[in-house]
Write a new protein. Structure first.
Length: 352
């Protein structure tokens, strides 16, 4: 089935409007390209899930206003404006599951009809739509045992947790490494709930922080001890059993280095997935002073092999996506508002 020329997509209607600026555009142009460069592209994915953004609509609005005035100078101006607008109107949704509709010439391992999960990248984004164009290099097959919603939660959150634990902390997820103590902050959130489960596949003792309402939930994920972040000990990140952390997978925000420092083992490392400018300064200071305790900012570099690994874990029942709530595409504004509030337990999913 070829992708439709026009599709429903959720797009920003203006700049700086938060969730309320997201609107459903029923006439968004679907941008399926057959030949999109080297190694790329699974035509378009029909979504069982998620997202698209404001760039196209903004451009179409400009077109409507300029009517049929396609002189070359207007075209040139529009191209410039489009470039400018594209720089700012980035969509809120990157993770998508769906079915491959068409593949480009460089695609080797996917074909029309395949069920897949993919991530679009922060600059392309735009997953809140009926169709998206995705890179083969960031797309994994979704087996029937893994639901569309469970797969949709995985890419950015699961890969961030995986990268922090394996690449940054060096933890072996087959349990073969030496035992280490890990603290996961905001363990009830999208990244945190995957981080706890993945950490427990390694040889780890896991301490986790979350709100009071999620203490049991995080224990059920496998954490060995759980701290309510609103209590004095929780705010101080003090382990109830008195251990020092070898690694902190830091998914919350606003915790200063001075809070981490006394809780770290001699060579303890804070892997910060929400680094602020203060954190970056702390990181530079630790490096300059050759401190054994380190703060390491993390930026996700998504990889298909790792996404395949996570999908397989879900298939084998070793990892689960906990779903906070599901929303229809027409209610994407509510979903986005909930994400911005920062009180999700697990992942928020949007469905057509
Ligand atoms: N570096 C990267 O490449 C990368 C990749 C992905 C995500 N991120 C960032 O990582 C952060 C976490 O993302 P997320 O999607 O996992 O967040 P999230 O799902 O919004 O996390 C919400 C959860 O965190 C809990 N929480 C909030 N503040 C807390 C605190 N101080 N201590 C303990 N728990 C706390 C909340 O509990 P209550 O409701 O009880 O308050 C809620 O359950 C975001 O800032 C995101 O932008 C970075």
């Amino acid at each position: 089935m070829p992708a439709k020329k026009l599709m429903r997509a959720v797009q920003y209607d203006g700049y700086g409007g938060g969730a309320a600026a997201l609107k459903v555009n029923p006439e968004c142009r679907s941008e399926v390209k057959k030949d999109v460069g080297f190694g790329a592209v699974t035509g378009g994915c029909r979504l069982e899930n998620l997202r698209r953004v404001g760039r196209v609509r903004v451009f179409e609005n400009i077109r409507r206003r300029t009517g049929k005035l396609y002189s070359s100078s207007v075209k040139f101006l529009i191209s410039l404006l489009r470039l400018f607008v594209n720089m700012f109107f980035v969509g809120p949704a990157m993770d998508v599951t769906g079915e491959v509709i068409e593949v480009g010439t460089g695609v080797k391992n996917l074909k029309a009809g395949d069920k897949v999960v993919t991530t679009l990248g922060p600059h392309a984004a735009g997953g809140l739509a009926e169709y998206v164009v995705a890179k083969e290099s960031l797309t994994a097959a979704r087996p029937p045992e893994v639901s569309a919603a469970a797969a949709a939660g995985l890419p950015v959150a699961g890969l961030t947790a995986h990268q922090a634990l394996t690449d940054s902390a060096g933890i072996k997820l087959d349990g073969s490494g030496k035992q280490v103590n890990v603290l996961v902050t905001a363990a009830s959130g999208g990244v945190g709930h995957y981080a706890v489960q993945l950490a427990k596949l390694g040889n780890t003792h896991v301490t986790a922080t979350c709100g009071a309402r999620n203490l049991d939930f995080v224990k059920r994920l496998g954490a060995d001890e759980v701290l309510d972040y609103k209590t004095p000990d929780g705010a101080a990140l003090k382990s109830p059993s008195g251990i020092k952390y070898d690694f902190v997978i830091h998914c919350a925000s606003g915790i200063p280095w001075s809070t981490f420092e006394p809780n770290l083992s001699e060579k303890g490392k804070v892997i910060d997935i929400t680094p602020t400018s203060r954190a970056l300064l702390a990181c530079a200071a630790k490096m300059l002073t050759l401190s054994k305790k380190q703060l390491v900012p993390l930026l996700l570099i998504p990889k298909r092999e790792k996404l395949n690994f996570l999908v397989n874990l879900v298939k084998e029942g070793k990892l689960k996506t906990v779903i906070d709530s599901k929303h229809l595409l027409s209610e994407a504004e509510d979903a986005w508002a909930k994400i911005i509030e920062g009180h999700a337990t697990g992942k928020i999913i949007v469905e057509p």
